[in-house]
Write a protein that binds this ligand. Structure first.
Ligand code: XMP
Length: 319
């Protein structure tokens, strides 16, 4: 009989076999996938693993502090906190093409890892929380011609010069299976239940040019939206929810003044594995209350829309 416990033991055995007495460096993003991968690998090879949390300046409100705090306090994982936000935001300055953004972020991730790998005296392997849907969606439509929809920054061969092999223990799993594996590894439900967050972070929720001003506004709006969802007890019914800040300013009125601020879109979907998705049927009361709160509480936004596109034909993220 197939059980997650047996899967875990087998995965640990495979990691030990692949890694031997080599050193592994792991990209910890704070998401469920990379966290489960890191804890699994740590269980397999202990101190041979070093985790690096790359703060690309594209995290949500307080997220970097929370993630680093949690892993340092509650888990015994060797963890480097790399604040590289200046580097990433500098290189993204003026860039608006979605694929170019992803390539820049993906490339910098590799550079940053290389730097930290050198600092700890070299690593032989790079671990990633790549899931099965990431693998197939980057490669082809099943049965059809090979077409790239979006290049996931965490998938794809590493440059030869890095001389590191990939360790990807979740490559065969769907999201729900990763969560089950996380439970098997003793992760708390509150953590396992977190919505997925993409590697390129807020960059792909900020269509068009990324500016610090837009990121700041986006963080605040997103925090209000997620707070609303939690207060209404809807968080666990939703696969993923976030705000996208739109590259357009619109006219509004507030008090006796005219405003000219950004519009934003709320996104919330249900899904089993992220491959297909339906928009979440919020009540009109919820949407109205949320729009009012965002406009009142977030300076810089004066218009709120709700995205009712399913996947396909839309994707979950805006870029
Ligand atoms: P899309 O937008 O392609 O998203 O419908 C499907 C799921 O994948 C996440 N996503 C990413 N995750 N790196 C990641 O780690 C990426 O580059 C990336 N792009 C999208 C997205 O948040 C959703 O859960």
């Amino acid at each position: 009989d197939w059980t997650m416990e047996a899967y875990k033991d087998e995965a640990i055995r495979k990691i030990r076999e692949q890694v031997g007495d080599g050193k592994v460096i792991c990209a910890l993003s704070g998401g469920v996938d990379s966290s489960v991968a890191a804890i699994l690998i740590h269980e397999a090879i202990g101190e041979q693993l070093t985790c690096v949390f790359v703060d690309h300046g594209l995290m949500r409100l307080n997220e970097a502090e929370e993630v680093v705090g949690m892993f340092r306090e509650h888990y015994n994982l060797p963890l480097i906190h790399a604040d590289e936000s200046e580097l990433f935001l500098g290189k993204l300055d003026g860039v608006s093409d979605p694929e170019t953004k992803r390539k820049i972020i993906g490339g910098l991730f590799i550079e940053v890892f290389e730097k930290h790998a050198k600092e700890i005296g070299g690593a032989d392997f790079l671990a990633q929380g790549t899931l099965y849907p990431d693998v197939i969606e980057s490669v082809s439509f099943s049965g059809g011609p090979s077409v790239t929809i979006k290049s996931h920054h965490n998938v794809g061969g590493l440059p030869e010069r890095m001389n590191m092999q990939l360790v990807e223990p979740l490559r065969e799993l769907f999201k729900d299976e990763v969560r089950e594996l996380g439970r098997e590894l003793g992760l708390p439900d509150s953590f396992i239940g977190r919505h997925p967050f993409p590697g390129p972070g807020l960059a792909i929720r900020c269509p068009g040019e990324i500016t610090r001003e837009k990121l700041e506004i986006l963080r605040k709006a997103d925090a209000v939206y997620i707070d609303q969802i939690r207060k209404h007890g809807l968080y666990d019914e939703i696969w993923q929810a976030f705000v996208a800040i739109l590259p357009v300013r619109t006219v509004g009125v507030m008090g006796d003044g005219r405003t000219y601020d950004f519009a934003c879109a709320l996104r919330a979907v249900t899904s089993v594995d992220g491959m297909t998705a339906d928009y979440f049927p919020f009540s009109h009361d919820f949407l109205g209350e949320t729009a009012t709160r965002i406009i009142n509480e977030v300076k810089g936004i004066n218009r709120v829309t709700y995205d009712i596109t399913s996947k396909p034909p839309g994707t979950i993220e805006w870029e």
